[in-house]
Design a protein around this ligand. Structure first.
Ligand SMILES: *Cc1c(COP(=O)(O)O)cnc(C)c1O
Ligand SMILES: [Zn+2]
Length: 394
């Protein structure tokens, strides 16, 4: 088992309990796996890459995480401006990629006899942690903002975690919980914790194994904290170190223009991501205005020859609808951001139409339907007019 964390920026090493480097940047686990072949196990879940993970498979619902479909969506090629495949992360047990990171958090707690896991989230991460904790008979503490919607509260609450609405600066909670976790025996796994990054890197493994021996030209992803972006970069680096990948796909991160600190830093040619003013976006799950792994994500895009772009609210809703009507996929607006970004990048010639691009659809849309109109244009007809109406259709 790998028990050291390391800083991507300055290479300092720490023991597994540290989450951030003294230079200020986030840490990740150094995988010791050195294998020159893809796994031969018949397990199609994320645990087929167990040798790359800092924990063992604990069983229960946790064992079913990952192994999500990668669909070649020819019907979206024209819209996207390239040869598009979609990785459907909504197929995870609680409907988002967060399950991959939560799975490692749960496994680590069980391995170390820690009774409580915790997280700071108002959405998919809290749902995921609460669900997988319940499946593994762990206690879960979810800290949510005071203004959370009742629908979200119910979605998290059904798994019976200890739910606390916290009044005050919600942004600071992320940092506060790192110290709190030491004080009380609760292991917090937030958006870019080393264990979360370790679990979430398996999506990069799955994508690359599906394409092997080829490599996709690019991967596009909606980015908020930068935790998942870091995870994909980490996964690709590990595959390269293991001799399973020669060239890395270009990594494109996409943000909502209303809240785009990483895209701004990219445009300004800054080396560091700094906070922006909080703002609302329909892409609710990616509204982090002070991303803790922003600078790391920025580095990933630059080093792989990718970019960071932002898209408007209209472009996000348009891409959400394109997913549904062109490909039959229900994704949340935050996920559609990636497709809107690919379309923008193809428009400006950054992605060409013969390139293979994987768009990661990070979460199912079935949890969040408020942005859709309520079918107000659906007409009602009398039963006696059904035959003639149908006849006029065909
Ligand atoms: C959490 C989340 C994101 C953003 O991931 P980060 O790791 O915070 O960058 C994107 N899409 C969905 C659906 C999410 O739940
Ligand atoms: Zn460092």
């Amino acid at each position: 088992m790998q028990q050291t964390t390391v800083c991507y920026a300055c290479s300092r090493q720490y023991d597994a309990t540290e989450q951030r480097c003294s230079c200020g940047e986030p840490l990740w686990f150094e995988s010791l796996a050195r294998t020159a072949t893809w796994p031969t196990t018949t397990d199609t879940s994320m645990w087929r890459y167990e040798t790359f993970l800092p924990v063992d498979n604990p069983g229960s619902l946790v064992a079913s995480v990952g192994g999500t479909p990668l669909v070649r969506t020819v019907s979206l090629d024209t819209y996207a401006g390239c040869s598009l495949s979609v990785k459907i992360e909504g197929a995870n047990p609680t409907g988002s990629f967060k399950d991959r990171g939560s799975a490692v958090a749960v496994a680590a707690a069980l391995e170390r006899d820690i009774e409580w896991i915790g997280t700071v989230s108002h959405g998919n991460m809290a749902i995921s942690m609460a669900s997988l904790a319940a499946a593994s008979e762990l206690k879960c503490l979810a800290l949510v903002p005071d203004d959370i919607s009742s629908a979200r509260l119910r979605a998290i609450g059904q798994f019976d975690p200890t739910l606390l609405r916290v009044d005050g600066d919600y942004g600071r909670l992320y940092h506060d919980t790192m110290a709190l976790g030491d004080l009380i025996d609760i292991e917090f796994t937030n958006s870019d914790s080393p264990r979360r990054v370790a679990g979430q890197k398996t999506v990069a493994f799955e994508i690359c194994e599906s394409f092997a021996p080829d490599v996709p030209d690019a991967i596009a992803l909606p980015v908020s904290s930068g935790g998942n972006a870091s995870a994909i970069w980490k996964g690709l680096r590990e595959l390269r170190a293991a001799g399973l990948l020669d060239t890395l796909p270009r990594l494109y991160w996409v943000q909502a223009a209303a809240c785009d600190p990483i895209a701004r830093a990219y445009r300004d040619s800054s080396q560091e991501v700094t906070r922006v003013e909080p703002a609302e976006t329909v892409a609710y799950s990616i509204g982090n205005h002070d991303p803790p792994s922003g600078t790391r994500a920025l580095r990933a895009a630059r080093e792989t020859g990718g970019a960071v772009v932002s898209v408007s609210e209209n472009e996000i809703l348009d891409a959400t609808a394109a997913f549904a009507t062109e490909a039959g996929l229900c994704v949340e607006p935050a996920s559609a951001v990636a497709l809107a970004g690919v379309r923008t990048l193809a428009d400006v010639g950054e992605i060409s139409d013969d390139e293979e691009v994987v768009c990661v659809a990070t979460g199912t849309g079935f949890k969040e339907l408020d942005h859709l109109d309520a079918g107000s244009d659906v007409r009602t007809i009398e039963r006696e007019h059904l035959e003639e109406t149908l006849a006029s259709l065909t």
